[in-house]
Design a protein around this ligand. Sequence first.
Ligand code: BGC
Length: 579
Amino acid sequence: MKHPHARRRRGVRRRGAAAATVAVLLASGTVALAQAQASAAAGCKVGYTTNDWGSGFTASVTVTNLGDAISSGWTLEWDFAGDQQVTSGWNGTVTQSGKHVTVKNPGWATTLSTNASVNPGFQGTYSGSNSAPAQFKLNGTLCDGSTGDPGDPGDPGDPGDPGDPGDRVANPYAGVKQYVNPEWSAKAAAEPGGGAVSNQPTGVWLDRIAAIEGVNGGMGLRDHLDEALEQGAGLVNLVVYDLPGRDCAALASNGELGPTELDKYKTQFIDPIAEILGDAKYAELRIAAVVEIDSLPNLITNAGDRPTATENCNVMKANGNYQKGIAYALQKLGALSNVYNYIDIGHHGWLGWDDNFGSSAQLLADVADQSGSKGNVAGFITNTANYGALTEPYFTINDSVNGTSVRQSTWVDWNRYVDEQSYAQAFRQELVSDGFDSGIGMLIDTSRNGWGGAERPTGPGPQTDVNAYVDGGRIDRRIHLGNWCNQAGAGLGERPKAAPASGIDAYVWMKPPGESDGASSEIPNDEGKGFDRMCDPTYEGNPRNNNHMSGALADAPLSGHWFSAQFQELLENANPPVQ
Ligand code: BGC
């Protein structure tokens, strides 16, 4: 929801952009990490980084053997996600058949000892998009950072795991069934056609203190966890969302705690949640905990002397309670070996500009340090409850028309990214360079970014000028990138999926499709929720969406409440389509 976007200071950014000659285009990431476990049968991890110039690229593949020493040669294999074609290779013999690529050790290097790495590379061409392969295999073993040995204390589900946070797996989503929230599922199934998606996992939102026990007779946290065990699920998606002075640049999801109620947040919200999640009964259930969306990015973009600043964000910036609350949550939850903390990085239409990107990453690093250790953070989430396209198939940030870069188009407006996947991968690199573990993984909320249906372009826009090209080809049909509330024309995006691309732990449906982002007119309530005109279809905007129409659907209920018309539109415009 929310997402008080985020326009950077125009002057500063423009100047910086014009001077930037080299785009940092590392679509890169480590596929999986592992706290190297010594003796084991077979296991590996792979880092895959590319240097991309639009139609061609070089790739560097770092393969680490986590298993027993290999003495008689190694073979690395993967399938390309797109139409990539290898043209030459090094540090190994690279062959390709269709999408399948095989790299064999060079004749002079047949051994690979435990924890040793090799680094083959290649040059290739492609058209369309150049996403990283979803998985790699070394001598037939999937390189997911684990060793697969049942006796390895780092592997999930081993009996007798000591419960040390160091035992977390590289990607908690890999190889587990996710919990389906029966409350959401029932609402989805009751909609015409909704049965086609009602078995998907969606986020469970703890959006107020009372939600821990259950609101209005609904399920509380223990009920969800017990039900997850019943379902035989291995992972629950949980959103921890009740920060003091919540969502300072918007009103639709303001919460129950005032700007100074930090102690209440700690003792009545985080402590009881940590106590429940730490119950031995749930030790084998992984919890992906999204810790407080709508907060830290606001301190960067909507505070201080920016034209987008709001009074509430300045209050939160001055009192430091966002940082203190989040650091506390990370520390308490990070102490539990079954919890994986993911922090909000907004989305590309919020932090993708140069003067927001690096400073946001730095703030996240500071807050993680404030929690005691960056090790309390498993990863980051982008696009929560937002609408940014996963990938824009018909244009890239490197394109230009008649010598004018797409960055100069009105839609892109000097942003450095045009979609969520490239943004998430680049942000991951930035965080690693700020000191986070190279094994951190990203989540992308794809609940409402499909942009299918009749309005979806089927090819690139005309090359008459840069705006015609971008506007004709973009699948994100919003009026403005800064619009965030109940967007008309949106559709369900990729179904939840583990390890879909390099550096990405999962595509998730953190925002349950069909739950409103905010009321389209004022509705009195006792949930702390205000009326934000970004949810009113007649609203003409503010500096955070550069004074454009809101693009919101009419007749919307309060945020979090069921919005049947929206659900039906999401189904109708789903991409991939719903079968
Ligand atoms: C609301 C929450 C709700 C969540 C998920 C947010 O916009 O503020 O109350 O739980 O969306 O729908």
